[in-house]
Write a protein that binds this ligand. Structure first.
Ligand code: GLY
Length: 267
């Protein structure tokens, strides 16, 4: 089945992004945009067809499309992001996803960021965070009632999203930062811990059999490679200052070729 990656351009005002756990540092917009181009080229080399949406100066965090939707095989959930500044990001993603999936919506008072939603086969782990609240999790469970998923909530701390701490790198293998989320939350999966010297190394993006991973976490990369994973690194230094990781910059899912072609032609 063909695979599509929906992305969005970096806002020229990315320096005004939301920050929760990091101190504000100068973000070089040109470099951030160049690194995002490299990231998109990597997705294309790995077989994704790209649907790249325009950025928006008034939406500093708009490059982080992952937070705006949770795309499953059967359905997509349009989130209600925890940061009010990010809620106007949803209409563009809603329009982009309409051709591909039936859409369901998280409503007030629910809050849910896609970065808090980790899908591992039919198990969905949802992090309780500053961005995702109990009504948001309850709504996700309710919206998915008639679909074959087992949704459970997970506590974590010290980082923005659940997927800052733990991500799927294989069918049943997770990369985990155990100082921020307990391994006990994840039954029946293989866990590879980040190297203790690389606490921010828990965010990786699985595309087929390849793991897309930020440069600068050589020890953790070596751990994944020692377990047989093929790792492809991309520079992420600028968007990392905006608390972004490699999962944040895309929504990757399968779709038939005709729908992809029509949607790409329409943008
Ligand atoms: N800067 C990414 C976020 O806070 O959502």
């Amino acid at each position: 089945m063909p695979r599509i990656a929906i992305t969005r351009e970096v806002s020229e005002n990315v320096h005004s992004c939301e920050l929760t756990h990091l101190a504000r540092e100068k973000i070089d917009y040109e470099r951030a945009a160049a690194q995002h181009r490299e990231y998109k080229a990597c997705l294309v080399e790995l077989g994704c067809q790209l649907l790249s949406l325009p950025g928006a100066p008034e939406l500093p965090d708009c490059v982080f499309v992952e937070d705006i939707a949770v795309v499953l095989d059967e359905v997509a959930i349009i989130t209600r992001p925890g940061a009010a500044s990010r809620r106007p990001e949803t209409p563009a993603l809603q329009r982009a996803l309409e051709p591909f999936r039936q859409l369901l919506f998280v409503r007030e008072p629910g809050l849910l960021d896609g970065g808090d939603v980790l899908v591992v086969g039919h198990d969905i782990y949802v992090g309780r965070s500053t961005r995702t609240n109990a009504p948001g999790i309850a709504q996700l469970i309710h919206l998915l009632e008639s679909f074959p998923y087992n949704v459970r909530d997970v506590d974590f701390h010290s980082c923005l999203h659940l997927k800052s701490a733990v991500t799927a790198i294989g069918e049943r293998t997770l990369l985990i930062q155990e100082d921020w989320v307990s391994r006990d939350a994840f039954d029946g999966v293989e866990l590879i811990a980040v190297d203790p010297a690389e606490p921010h190394g828990g965010n990786a993006l699985r595309i087929g059999e390849t793991v897309v991973y930020p440069t600068g976490f050589d020890r953790t990369r070596a751990r994944m490679e020692a377990h047989g994973f093929e790792v492809r690194t991309v520079a992420q230094s600028e968007l990392a200052k905006a608390e972004g990781g490699v999962t944040c910059g895309s929504l990757v899912f399968d779709s038939d070729a005709a729908t992809i072609s029509k949607a790409r032609g329409a943008t």
